[in-house]
Design a protein around this ligand. Structure first.
Ligand code: MN
Length: 469
């Protein structure tokens, strides 16, 4: 017996009979409640929640999340109430639908004026990561069907996607959402840039693919010869990030090695390093292009080894070596099983706490400069990794460790070298803070720090010192 929800169920990992029944029930309720309502495309409304539910099923979300995805617009647009959701589907589904509903109430009018809904989004997400996962799936389908919305509105929605949802997906290491949302928005925000990048990629595609396929075959044989079981796949960079890189390299597309890359998926971390050895023995690596994100993961949790080699026909090829688990985590990030267990990611929790008692006027700035900025890791002398926004200084580092360490800092040793406290740190820097017992924060520090917490601590220390004086 077929049911319109079968497509969703088929996309799920290992649904039990009870899971299937809940999905069907939710589908029937949503279809009945949305009734004759139509999308701007003219399709029945149920197409939208069904698409979201399918996305959620595809990325391996749990049944509560998928059910909440199906019901996510019912409270706002239909007579179905939160109490009825709880009665029919339980309190978790109610919480998820209510959180998503609250977020959609406010209209986006540029980051600066969007503070309140943003604050709610992040606080709800901090309480349960699944809220943002549903929002991302919702946004993805809205972006995919944006052609049916008036042009003026298209631009507003695309900007919001770029300013808020893309950085959040990046921070959560959810490549699956990040690349798609970024490309769909880029096409609307910068149609010419999009067309240029797409055209360039098209002219090079067949040549690059042939080149990569040759390298792939050679590599698979060599790995097998060394007893390393590996799966390989080709990955083509998203158009938006390709265009950004093109701009950074001033149009020299030839300098972009990693538009096309080969991913090598092996069974263990041990095999990652063995594969790297086999590859470097086979082809000469290009200096400065080896990145070990297994020993030093990116702050969003991304792990892999990257290297660019000169393959047999003298063309550079980027290789990304990882285990199956790392591979899944790079696409689904915070939704993947491990992160799920923790309920919420640490930075999100911190962000939720910071936002809860913060002057709303400061929020857009703090989001842009701190939480949604590009991140780096700096290391303590004991090798603990400290997650900081890019451009952060030893002062930020010190306050991130302990407020007293920040207050008393006098200078810093970065990779063993003495530097002023306002020197911007780089990813992987090893930082040691030197202190004086009676050291005090300097007002000038406020000009160079990048983190909200350093700024807050400096201000309160300065105020306390003034009060004492
Ligand atoms: Mn929706």
């Amino acid at each position: 017996m077929t049911h319109p929800s079968d497509e969703i169920v088929q996309a799920m990992r290992q649904p039990t009979d009870a899971d299937c029944a809940r999905i069907r029930q939710a589908y029937d309720v949503a279809e009945r409640m949305h009734g004759g309502e139509r999308r701007k495309s003219g399709e029945p409304y149920i197409v939208h929640p069904a698409a979201i539910a399918k996305t959620l099923a595809t990325i391996g979300a749990d049944t509560d999340t998928i059910v909440a995805g199906i019901l996510h617009d019912t409270i706002e647009d239909t007579p179905y109430t939160a109490e009825e959701i709880e009665r029919d589907f339980g309190s978790t589904v109610r919480f998820l639908v209510e959180s998503v509903t609250k977020l959609s109430k406010l209209r986006y009018q540029g980051l600066e004026r969007h503070v309140e809904s943003l604050r709610r989004l992040l606080i709800a997400t901090a309480a349960d990561i699944r809220v943002i996962v549903i929002k991302l799936a919702d946004r993805l389908h809205n972006m995919e069907t944006l052609e049916f919305v008036e042009e003026r509105k298209q631009l507003r929605i695309a900007r919001e996607t770029l300013e808020i949802y893309v950085p959040i997906a990046e921070r959560l290491n959810m490549g699956f959402f990040k690349t798609q949302l970024q490309d769909l928005s880029f096409r609307i925000v910068d149609p010419t840039g999009y067309a240029d990048a797409a055209a360039y990629l098209e002219t090079r595609r067949s040549e690059m693919e042939a080149n990569l396929n040759r390298a792939r075959l050679e590599l698979e044989e060599e790995l097998l010869h060394h007893g390393i079981r590996a799966e390989t796949e080709m990955r083509v960079k998203g158009l938006a990030s390709f265009a950004q890189k093109l701009k950074r390299k001033r149009g020299r597309a030839d300098a972009i090695y990693d538009v096309f890359a080969i991913r090598i998926i092996v069974e263990s971390i041990d095999d990652c390093y063995r594969a790297l050895g086999v590859i470097h023995a086979l082809w000469r690596p290009i200096e400065g292009r080896i990145k070990d994100y297994i020993a030093y993961p990116k702050p969003n949790g991304y792990r892999s080894i990257h290297t660019t080699v000169t393959a047999s026909n003298a063309l550079p090829v980027e290789l990304q070596i990882r285990t199956r688990e790392m591979h899944e985590a790079a696409s689904l990030g915070a939704v993947s099983h491990l992160a799920y267990k923790h309920g919420s990611v640490r930075w999100l929790r911190e962000l939720g706490e910071t936002l809860a008692d913060l002057d709303p006027e400061l929020i857009p700035q703090i989001l842009k400069e701190d939480y949604l900025a590009e991140r780096i890791f700096a290391f303590t002398p004991k090798d603990d990794a400290i997650d900081l926004p890019s451009g952060a200084t030893p002062i930020d580092f010190a306050y991130a460790l302990h407020s007293e360490l920040g207050d008393r800092a006098t200078h810093a040793l970065v990779n063993g070298k003495l530097v002023p406290l306002d020197t911007p740190l780089k990813n992987g820097d090893r930082v040691e803070i030197k202190v004086r017992k009676d050291g005090k924060p300097n007002r000038k520090w406020l000009d160079s720090v990048r983190t909200a917490s350093a700024r807050k601590h400096i201000r309160s220390s300065l105020a306390a010192n003034r009060a004492r004086a």
